[in-house]
Design a protein around this ligand. Sequence first.
Ligand code: FES
Length: 203
Amino acid sequence: MSFHPEMAYDATFHKSARTLAEPGEPFVYTAEHRARFDEIVTRYPADRKRSAVLPALYLVQHQQGYVTANAMRYVAGLLEMTPADVEDVVSYYTMFYTKPVGRFVLSVCRTLSCALNGAERVTEEICGALGIRPGETDASGTFTLIEVECLGACDRAPVVMVNDGWQERQRPEDVGRLLDDLRTRGEAALTGCVHVIEGGATS
Ligand code: FES
């Protein structure tokens, strides 16, 4: 049971609306990503290789921007899992995308603390500024908007995660400046922490 109102749009990114991933081109890691993968796998017991599935999928997403069905099959083969097991992981976590996304993915938290502090109005402001709905990418290919559940920064609500970093205490009136700053300064414009993720990308 959810306290959220019924969504009036087709929120295809929300994980309750599971869709089949695009098959995509045949996938293999680049030499650099394969070396990174090989190193990551050594952190786990030989009979528990599947424990590396999250970083393995992050590497895929780093390489081609989203995770195709062929990439899931590739990762499944490397980790001795079934493709269905890998698809279960991809479909569970909102940070994995199964179709192309913009340069910046804006993930607005809609769980209790953020909802009570105006997250819905922030989402509406982003929609109005970009001419898109949640689950869509703007015409320039710069921004994708999604709604997600708690990001673990409830004391700084409402929170907008931008790629691997986040923007804290967002108000609707801050949205225009955030979008402009991202266009000009990139993730350096963010006020919250920016993670170092598997694959070496930082900002
Ligand atoms: S409710 Fe939004 S970060 Fe926890």
